[in-house]
Design a protein around this ligand. Structure first.
Ligand code: PLP
Length: 428
């Protein structure tokens, strides 16, 4: 499509957008009595309007049923997670048995590494992306040390080539092949938080399996953002947070995926707790851990009902939208429009003030556009915020803007571009 850099064109795109009404299901933050153009869903998704009611229902259950709420009421807490599993499956391309809501993301990464990072003599290396999200780096370093290895010898980071910002799949594959049977685990993000690059997860999984390694993914920036087929891609395990693209609220509950091929593996280590115990016999309270079959067997503590209620409500919004596929069509359109607008700004400024480091190829990115500002990036970013555009800033010079298909419009993208141009002209 030939894009145009004017308001009427952006509004025409919004009128033709079958998902445009979903933005009315969300609450927008305000400044000076005006709603923000919110482009920060990669960090914290907006509040679906319905959640106040959902939380209130749970408060009522707690009030009216108290401890009986575990087994009574419309949606007893004991089985509450099953409602979420039904919707989490389609969101990530897995069966309901392969997924479970529990804990928070980094905690789950640790729990899954306890099971799936099984270093042996000669095979203890972990291959990951250079510049992974810090929490993942700390988790991996500490896991490696826990097993008695040093991060320097055990962790191999695949970095972009000199002068490039994103990874080439062939380089990831080559590194995995190079270390071969020394590799115990390949652990990657699905979408990199900084550049917005969506990795070729299936190719990376194949490469890892080809050398006999386990392959896991942190899907913090991928789940609810890009279409995933975790089961069919034969990924061993994954985890994600639900508060970014899935709008489940600050510190929202995390999800895990364990491929069904691992369900019967009794050799897997676990840091067990009572809630992962076989559901039917859990309350016999007997000695000797007997895991529930499926992802549920990785649960440790009792169900977090409030965060699950928030997540369920947000998953129902996805269900109403038809899960990720329809959103993905709009998402590609939105980011493509943003690429175009940034290019127009560079042309008007007669320089290359802005460099997009997110891949131009739409199959290699999600709903995020990361932009290097060559001069005065921080001031430009602050100018956007002062003018009611909320993206996010990453040191030293990157502005991340995430047009989210559930609640952003083409007009949002156009207006952001107008402001970016004005602000830059006035201060650079
Ligand atoms: C957001 C994010 C996290 C955050 O982890 P929490 O445990 O939820 O605080 C971890 N890893 C990645 C890759 C992220 O993007």
């Amino acid at each position: 499509m030939n894009f145009e850099n004017n308001l009427a064109f952006a509004q025409r795109l919004d009128q033709a957008d079958p998902l445009s009404s979903f933005r009315h299901d969300f609450l927008f933050p305000q400044q000076n009595g005006k709603p923000f153009i919110y482009l920060c869903g990669n960090s914290l998704g907006l509040q679906p309007k319905v959640v106040r009611k959902v939380v209130d229902e749970q408060l009522s259950s707690w009030h009216n049923l108290a401890v009986e709420g575990w087994f009574q009421g419309d949606n007893p807490w004991m089985f509450y997670h099953k409602e979420l599993k039904k919707l989490m499956g389609p969101l990530v391309g897995a069966s309901a048995k392969e997924v479970c809501p529990m804990n928070t993301l980094t905690v789950n990464l640790h729990l899954l590494m306890v099971s799936f990072y099984k270093p042996l003599k000669g095979r203890f290396k972990i291959i990951m992306e250079a510049g992974a999200f810090p929490s993942d780096q700390y988790a991996v370093e500490s896991q490696v040390r826990f097993h008695g290895y040093s991060p320097e010898e055990a962790i191999i980071e695949v970095a972009p080539r000199l002068g490039e910002h994103t990874l080439r799949t062939e380089d990831v594959q080559a590194q995995i092949a190079q270390y071969g049977d020394e590799v115990a685990l390949v652990l990657f993000g699905g979408v990199n938080y900084f550049t917005g690059q969506w990795f070729d997860m299936e190719a990376i999984t194949k490469a890892g399996h080809a050398v006999g390694a386990i392959v896991g993914f942190d899907l913090a920036h991928a789940a609810g953002n890009v279409p995933l087929e975790l089961h069919d891609w034969d990924i061993d395990f994954a985890c994600w947070c639900s508060y970014k693209y899935q709008n489940s609220g600050p510190g929202g509950i995390s999800g895990i995926f364990v491929h069904e091929k691992h369900f019967k593996d009794t050799t897997l280590n676990r840091f067990a707790g009572w809630w992962g115990y076989n559901e039917e016999q859990r309350f016999k309270m007997e000695k000797g851990f007997l895991p529930e079959i499926g992802a549920d067997g990785w649960q440790v503590s009792c169900t977090q009902v409030m965060p699950m209620a928030l997540y369920l409500a947000s998953l129902q919004v996805f269900e109403k939208a038809g899960f990720v596929e329809p959103l993905r069509v709009k998402s590609i359109f939105l980011t493509s429009y943003m690429f175009y607008i940034i290019d127009q700004i560079n042309k008007k400024l007669n320089n290359e003030q802005f460099e997009i480091i997110t891949p131009f190829n739409e199959n290699e990115r999600g709903a995020q556009v990361s932009i290097i500002a060559k001069q005065k990036g921080k001031e430009i970013f602050e100018g956007l915020v002062a003018n009611n555009v909320l993206g996010d800033w990453r040191e030293p010079n990157v502005i991340r803007l995430s047009p989210v298909p559930l609640y952003n419009s083409f007009e949002d993208v156009f207006r952001t571009g107008e402001l970016l141009l004005q602000i830059t002209k006035s201060i650079v």
